[in-house]
Design a protein around this ligand. Structure first.
Ligand SMILES: [Zn+2]
Length: 258
């Protein structure tokens, strides 16, 4: 499974910077998980082939360029973009984003080939086939309806934790998974901001360490994501101080193969 965290920060010459301001991943060039920087970070092949998008939750850093991505493709789509999300997330997208005020209600619009966007409700706790992946969504601990994902391509399984404070079900599911090859988990705030992290449903390096106690697989790479750019250096230092050799910070723009 090839996974890229799409870049969302660039220098004045357009070079990718490591700061992550938005969240979206592309898997095997065909599936997107979240759409924060989807319209910015795909190459031409991916833009042509990504037609399935899983949205974990409605926070802007995870959906910011979803309308832009669909808008750009509107005239040339020969089949609709499929938005895979729980009913709760779909309701929020329809009421706050695709509401004919912030953006057109694409789910009711067509081009000359037919519909341009359809919703595919994502069940909780039950595997579904999306593209060539088997994906199981489970609720995690965040202030809005949010899912973490366990994604398998039949050979490798990867956990996408999304945004979440302490939670249990996704770790239990990870422990039941075969061929677990990587865990992508957030580390949003430094330890001194633990109270804010708790209130906003996020982890610090210290609470990430506690979460990792729930993971039985001991050799699996742990990729930290979602580090708030303003505290990135402090978070990286505290992650290093955990002394856990499995943990590294995921590089935007780099393709990982699991
Ligand atoms: Zn969030």
């Amino acid at each position: 499974m090839r996974i890229k965290l799409l870049p969302s920060s660039f220098d004045v010459d357009g070079r990718v910077l490591p700061e992550q301001r938005l969240t979206s991943y592309v898997l095997d060039d065909v599936l997107a998980v979240d759409a924060g920087s989807l319209a910015l970070g795909l190459n031409a092949f991916q833009r042509e082939h990504v037609r399935d998008i899983v949205i974990t939750h409605s926070h802007m850093d995870h959906i910011a360029t979803l309308p832009i991505f669909i808008d750009e493709l509107f005239g040339i789509l020969k089949a609709p973009i499929r938005i895979h999300a729980t009913e709760g997330v779909i309701e929020l997208l329809e009421s706050h984003i695709f509401n004919n005020e912030a953006y057109p209600r694409f789910s009711q619009l067509s081009n000359s080939h037919g519909a341009v966007m359809v919703y595919c409700p994502l069940p909780l706790g039950k595997p579904v086939e999306i593209a060539h992946f088997q994906i199981t969504a489970v609720a995690v601990n965040h202030p809005v309806p949010t899912v973490g994902l366990v994604v398998s391509d039949g050979c490798s399984t990867v956990v996408f934790g999304s945004d979440s404070a302490e939670t249990d079900e996704i770790w239990a599911l990870a422990n039941r998974s075969v061929n677990l090859k990587a865990v992508l988990v957030e580390a949003s705030y430094p330890n001194e901001w633990e109270a804010l992290a708790q209130r906003s449903g996020h982890l610090t390096p210290a609470s990430l360490k506690a979460e990792l106690q729930k993971l039985q697989a001991q050799e699996v790479p742990i990729l930290a994501v979602g580090l708030k750019p303003s505290c990135r250096e402090a978070i990286i230092q505290e992650l290093g101080e955990l002394g856990d050799g499995r943990i590294s910070v995921m590089d935007p723009g780099r393709e990982y193969i699991f």
